[in-house]
Design a protein around this ligand. Structure first.
Ligand SMILES: [Zn+2]
Length: 62
């Protein structure tokens, strides 16, 4: 009983960590591809806007 609760708690923590890592990977992996631009977009501090340092393209994040 106790061991099962501990196992599920560890599993929950691991899955939530996976979710966070996947979400942050999506944010940092936005591809610009504007007019053939081959760089990744950079998100600002508040995370509402992603912009390209090369061509200046700005994409609003929902
Ligand atoms: Zn660009």
């Amino acid at each position: 009983m106790l061991s099962r609760a501990t196992t599920s708690a560890v599993a929950n923590r691991a899955s939530s960590m996976r979710r966070m890592r996947r979400r942050s990977a999506q944010v940092t992996r936005l591809y610009c591809s504007t007019n053939g631009c081959t760089s990744y977009l950079v998100t600002d501090e508040i995370g509402h806007v992603a912009y390209c340092e090369i061509c200046g393209y700005v994409r609003r994040l929902s």
